[in-house]
Design a protein. Structure first.
Length: 289
């Protein structure tokens, strides 16, 4: 598969050199330059910079609905190069079935015949290898296409689909001529079902930082966060505000048994004081004979 990657990158370099004056290098020199660029890009990124965006960043699949397929628009985002003329991605998952990828009309038009039909690469348990090359630079914000994944027969919880150039040894890269940038990005599919509830009194707990945890009791949540009711579930951050949507609006305030007991004691004490004062005789001002 490395030959396919090199062929695309070298093709992009050749196409770029045909429209801008440049001194042609032989194929072996270009391959070495590409390989060096990939290593440098991986080292600089460190696996932390996300420049591939999945929209939405999380989708919830309710097994009870019968629909286990989730779709994500895959877009180039925040490229340091600003634009690209060649792109290669390995879209993979350890649990989800990466079932299909449909290129966007804009990407198909820009690349023309230089388009890689999606096919499994075998780096992940389930993955697709995609890519294309254009004779002119494409904008860094271009939608590459729509990815479909299937969460059938998966346990409740979060399952990830990702692009990770470190994990695929530099296969996932964007290029502008011989300038190379490693690609990273991820999204989640949250599988929910009635079986997700581990107990009859469990629900979702929202923490102060906006994160959320399922399957926790009200007593366990009360000391660390805000309980959202028995049977409630976390919703995920679908609007990108870094808060779980279930935690964006707080639950209806409730009074705990201890709080109710304290309230009764305080009210009783106030009533006693008031009753004692009301029974004391009023003493008028003392007068002189």
């Amino acid at each position: 598969m490395s030959r396919i990657r090199f062929a695309l990158l070298v093709l992009a370099a050749a196409l770029t050199s045909s429209v801008t004056p440049a001194v042609a290098a032989d194929a072996s020199d270009q391959s070495q330059t590409v390989e060096m660029g990939i290593r440098e890009s991986l080292s600089a990124a460190g696996g932390t910079m996300e420049n591939v965006e999945f929209d939405p960043p999380m989708q919830i699949v309710d097994v009870a609905s019968g629909n286990t397929v989730a779709s994500f628009a895959v877009t180039m985002e925040s490229l340091m190069m600003g634009s690209f003329d060649t792109i290669i991605m390995v879209l993979g998952s350890d649990s989800l079935i990466v079932s299909d990828f449909n290129y966007s009309p804009g990407f198909v038009t820009a690349t023309g015949p230089f388009l890689v039909p999606p096919f499994p690469l075998g780096i992940y348990p389930s993955d697709l290898y995609i890519g294309g090359a254009s004779p002119t630079p494409m904008p860094g914000s271009m939608i590459i296409g729509v990815l479909e994944v299937d969460a059938a027969d998966l346990p409740c919880g979060d399952h990830e689909v990702l692009v990770d150039a470190n994990r695929d040894s530099g296969q996932s890269t964007a290029a502008l001529g011989l300038n190379i940038e490693a690609l990273f990005g991820s999204a989640k599919v949250r599988v929910i079902d009635s079986s997700c509830l581990l107990c009859d009194t469990c629900g979702a707990c929202c923490y102060p930082d906006g994160t959320c945890q399922n399957d926790i009791t009200a007593d366990a949540c009360s000391s660390v966060g805000s309980f959202h009711g028995v049977g409630s579930v976390c919703a995920g951050d679908n609007n990108g505000d870094e808060l779980d949507d279930a935690c964006a609006t707080g639950p209806i305030p409730t009074v705990s048994s201890w709080g109710l007991a304290m309230m009764v004691l305080v009210l009783s004490a106030l009533a006693k004081v008031h009753f004692q004062r009301s029974r004391q005789p009023e003493s008028g001002p003392s007068g002189r004979a």
